[in-house]
Design a protein around this ligand. Structure first.
Ligand SMILES: Cc1cc2nc3c(=O)[nH]c(=O)nc-3n(C[C@H](O)[C@H](O)[C@H](O)COP(=O)(O)OP(=O)(O)OC[C@H]3O[C@@H](n4cnc5c(N)ncnc54)[C@H](O)[C@@H]3O)c2cc1C
Length: 388
């Protein structure tokens, strides 16, 4: 736990994941008095595959190479657990990190910029009175002008502000698997991706320095199928007898159009706002970007240049939601295809060089989902229908 200096802060950020740490960094850099409250003792484990896309790394204001464990250039694809092909790209597509180290780096950068951090402090209650918010943990109370929920999928801030009650939900299960050096070296610059086993869901193998992150994800309605799927995925990689150190699951909320994320004296960023790519489950890009968009609005608000925080909702709706709506439509399309014509779906996606390269360019930030939609010309309306 950090040292407590005062109980009033311009901004209190709840949750020290990528969203909260980025916001604390941006605000502290602008000399705003900011407190970052985190329920866990840092560094902490987070159920995550730890894939940082190149576009996410490019968003961050500082270098993250000290926590990058592998650089991925390609994917080994399987269809219903049966190996099909390996696709490569000429430049890096995803950096592999472990979330304890990555998130800790981000919080340290926020502290270096001047943010105060208190870990081991679970926020339990919010109370808004006379334009100020009292944020209570199990042992302290703090007062602020603006509170930000960066506290993930089960956000206590969202409940306290009466926001974000309406999401679509995905679920992810992750196992950290310790394997021999020989097994590890097979995945040096490659990730494994399995399609078609669960409609619309997928399995992954992401290599780290000393272990593999292996997991599965799918719509919440397939929740019960995920554990057996993960077991079969491990078998398909001949890893069923390896040492599994951590095995955890987590919800992946996806915001619906219009779901409220801004209140009178607070707002939500990252997973708390449901800002997740519905196709890949990538959430760290939006966590970082939503924090940056929130920082700009909060700074103007505190300086008296804005009457409220609604500008943040507009920024999210203008910049991130058009992309996320296309991912939602694609996720529905993929689910329908993988139920109806799974083999055709595989032919249209990874086996198709153009689609593979487009995917690589999206995760590198060189292309957008919206441009893919626009490429459909007069059939674009199909995306809008699916993502309603
Ligand atoms: C299995 C799985 C695999 C994934 N893989 C990837 C991937 O490879 N790449 C990717 O980009 N995304 C991935 N995601 C999504 C990604 O993990 C999230 O989108 C990302 O962590 C969101 O960041 P955040 O800062 O909003 O929330 P989080 O990272 O969840 O951080 C929230 C923080 O708030 C703290 N907190 C919660 N409640 C309180 C409270 N009451 N008081 C104080 N603190 C609190 C938590 O302890 C936590 O530290 C994956 C998700 C899952 C479930």
């Amino acid at each position: 736990m950090g040292k407590l200096r005062a109980s009033f802060y311009d901004v209190i950020v709840v949750g020290a994941g990528p969203a909260g740490a980025t916001l604390a960094y941006e605000l502290a850099k602008a000399n705003i008095k900011v407190l970052l409250l985190e329920k866990a003792k840092l560094p902490r484990y987070k159920a995550c595959a730890g894939g940082i896309t190149v576009r996410t790394a490019n968003l961050l204001a500082f270098d993250i190479s000290s926590v990058i464990e592998r650089v991925v250039y390609g994917a080994r694809w399987s269809y219903k657990l049966d190996y099909k092909l390996t696709g490569f790209y000429e430049r890096p597509i995803v950096y592999m990190v472990t979330r304890d180290k990555f998130d800790h780096l981000l919080t340290r950068r926020a502290q270096d910029a001047g943010a105060e951090l208190l870990d081991n402090q679970k926020v339990v209650q919010l109370e808004t009175r006379a334009g100020k918010v009292t944020v209570s943990t199990e042992s302290h109370a703090f007062v602020t002008d603006v509170v930000v929920g960066a506290d993930g999928a089960n956000s206590v801030v969202a409940r306290g502000l009466g926001l974000a009650k309406d999401f679509y939900y995905g679920v992810g299960l992750e196992a950290e698997v310790y394997v021999s050096k020989g097994d590890l070296s097979k995945w040096d610059s490659l990730m494994g991706l399995d399609l078609g086993t669960i409609p619309g869901g997928y399995g992954w193998l992401f290599p780290k320095e000393d272990r593999l992150s292996i997991g599965v994800t799918g719509h919440i309605r397939f929740n019960k199928k995920l554990r057996p799927y993960l077991k079969r995925l491990l078998e398909s990689y001949n890893l069923e007898n390896c040492q599994i150190k951590t095995f955890r699951g987590a919800l992946m909320p996806v915001r619906k159009k219009g779901t409220p994320i801004v209140g009178d004296r607070g707002l939500l960023i990252g997973d708390a706002a449901g800002l997740i790519d519905a196709v890949t489950g990538e959430g760290i890009y939006c966590a970082v970007r939503s924090a940056q968009l929130a920082a700009a609005v909060i700074m103007k608000f505190l300086a008296g240049g804005l009457p409220d925080l609604q500008g943040y909702k507009k920024a999210i709706d203008d910049e991130l939601m058009p992309e996320l709506r296309v991912t939602r439509a694609l996720a529905i399309f993929i689910t329908l295809m993988s139920v109806g014509t799974p083999r055709l779906f595989f032919k249209l996606a990874p086996e198709n060089e153009q689609v593979w390269r487009a995917l690589c360019r999206i995760v590198r930030g060189e292309k957008t989902y919206v441009s893919v939609k626009q490429g459909l010309g007069r059939f674009q309306f199909l995306f809008d229908l699916l993502a309603r």
